[in-house]
Design a protein. Structure first.
Length: 228
């Protein structure tokens, strides 16, 4: 694969760490739906709302390596035990559960994409969001990434993800700065790499300092630039 290099306009961003002492505030969702949501979907919806609550229509790119695997695992355990699976649990077990809930809550029928690309999921989601915005900059694009480690029942997962959620709103008309993303074939660069892509990107957005993540076959880097 050729080396890749692109820049996105960042209007807003929001991060929710799994180690937060309080639960994500999703009070904008009606109680009956709210009670049924997993911790993953709550975190994803919280950061999405932070970035796009006042945006009338927004294209969404949702990304997750495992998605609602936790709920799917519970369903499999229920079946294995001879129990009955709730239709609601089944309907909320798909990878992009939160995008459906978000669209209903917002009354927004704008296009939604969902992707999963192993331990490079966030990097390729940033590329997809860039491609959509570069193709049509007439409306913002909201990138939402949310993940959590797989259940131990699945065994060891190489370069496992860290739990948490991150949202970035791409909108040049309200840009606070620009995030440059780069992917190159695996290299041993001088910069100290982060354990996961999500931690590296969040560090770059938070501190404005360059960050790097190295996978088995590629190295990803992120750089912040002030202003539009």
């Amino acid at each position: 694969m050729p080396d890749l290099h692109w820049t996105i306009p960042v209007a807003r961003w929001s991060f929710w760490p799994a180690v937060a002492s309080a639960a994500p505030d999703v009070g904008f969702i009606e109680p009956m739906t709210r009670r049924r949501l997993s911790t993953l979907s709550r975190a994803a919806l919280k950061v999405a709302h932070d970035c796009a609550a006042d945006v009338p229509a927004v294209r969404v790119v949702f990304a997750s390596r495992h998605g609602e695997l936790g709920r799917t695992t519970e369903i499999l355990h229920t079946i294995d035990a001879g129990g009955t699976v709730s239709p609601t649990s089944f309907s909320l077990s798909v990878l992009n559960t939160m995008t459906g809930v978000l669209g209903i809550v917002r009354g927004d029928r704008t296009a939604v994409s969902a992707l999963s690309a192993g331990n490079e999921t966030l990097g390729y989601a940033l590329l997809e969001a860039h491609a959509q915005y570069a193709t049509d900059a007439s409306s913002p694009v909201l990138l939402v990434y949310a993940d959590e480690p797989a259940d131990p029942a699945y065994g060891e997962v190489e370069d496992e993800v860290e739990a948490g959620a991150l949202a970035i709103l791409l909108d040049a008309s309200a840009s606070a700065g620009r995030l440059t993303c780069a992917r190159a074939e695996r290299s041993e660069a001088a910069r100290e790499p982060f354990a996961s892509q999500s931690r590296a990107v969040q560090h770059c957005l938070d501190t404005r300092a360059a960050s790097e993540w190295r996978g088995r076959h590629s190295t990803w880097q992120w750089f912040w630039h002030e202003g539009a």
